[in-house]
Design a protein around this ligand. Sequence first.
Ligand code: ZN
Length: 194
Amino acid sequence: METFPISAKSKSMFIVYMVTNTCAFDAIALAYNDKNSYKRYINDCENLFLQFSKDLAIQELNKIIYRRRVDLLLMHFNKSEIYLKVQTINSECNATKIIQSYLKDEPSATECISCNKCGYITRPSPTIILPSNSDIKQLQTLLNVYTENRNSKCSTCGDIEISSRVLGEHIFIKTDFFTTPIQLQHIPKKLNTK
Ligand SMILES: [Zn+2]
């Protein structure tokens, strides 16, 4: 639990925020320094969470960063007053909720569906869900299959529609459905994307 003041417009406005259970929020990859291309992507994007992650990666922890974290948490978590001018924000959740809440506009993949009659739509996915009973060592093959073009019947007009998925700049994979325990060494270090 951390306690710090966030607002100090005047003495009477002074509110203390206590934030709890921020593990999932804090755990989302701070990959900013890993690769120059990813660095450029974050530099150019306007997503508040990614901008925050960048500053967290390059700055020393300071009061302003903590204050920004409170502002971000308040976007998707409720606060409650426990004493006069003391608010608490309980951000207990899993990483998927964080990704779905904060990275909606920076998806892991975008599905492009086109039907001759109905036209073209895109559907973003914050996370990628791979088939159940998958083997993490086969992640490259699974991703290849995930991004393959496929034909199916359009649910609106019954005509053939073609869909494909384009991977984003970062990929969050839900691994709930892998049956055997995953060891870090089994996760491929390099993946090729289209
Ligand atoms: Zn159609």
